[in-house]
Design a protein around this ligand. Sequence first.
Ligand code: SF4
Ligand code: SF4
Length: 160
Amino acid sequence: MSVGPFDALIDHFTGKQARLPCIWKENCSIQFISVDAKGTVAQCDCWVTSYPEYFFGNIFHDADLTRMLKTSRARRDFVERPKRLVEDEDCLSCRYLSICHGGCPVRTYSALGTMMAKDPYCEVYKAVFACAEAHAGAILRFRAAPIVALRRRHQPVLRE
Ligand code: SF4
Ligand code: SF4
């Protein structure tokens, strides 16, 4: 049985390759976009269905998608968000910055009216990360236990 995203967090904290959800990716704007049936281009389904002020453009009006993404004023906010969070929020001193990156832009925008702030679920994330980290530590100690026991058993021999 797999319970996402907790399994992915355990993978991350045990040093495995982790399939983390987009909210904890380095920057979702460099990974994918969403295009609806009318050709509207936006960051993801949340933006394309709810926030016209953050549409990047329309592929039926501008067939050059690369140029659209490069010149979109709306998309620039997504690209610049991680830098702004490090400058303006306390994310830089957070031990979980390398996994969280300030969280989800759309959650932030829908709650605060701006995406240039850390995710309002910050404290929840910290608690979830801490819990996953503690479990991952227990798993690693359990896995290492036979090796530690073996080392202890052979220590006197090695000292001779
Ligand atoms: S805005 Fe949030 S939900 Fe949408 S792609 Fe980015 S991280 Fe994912
Ligand atoms: S957990 Fe909170 S402080 Fe830490 S990186 Fe995420 S949003 Fe920033």
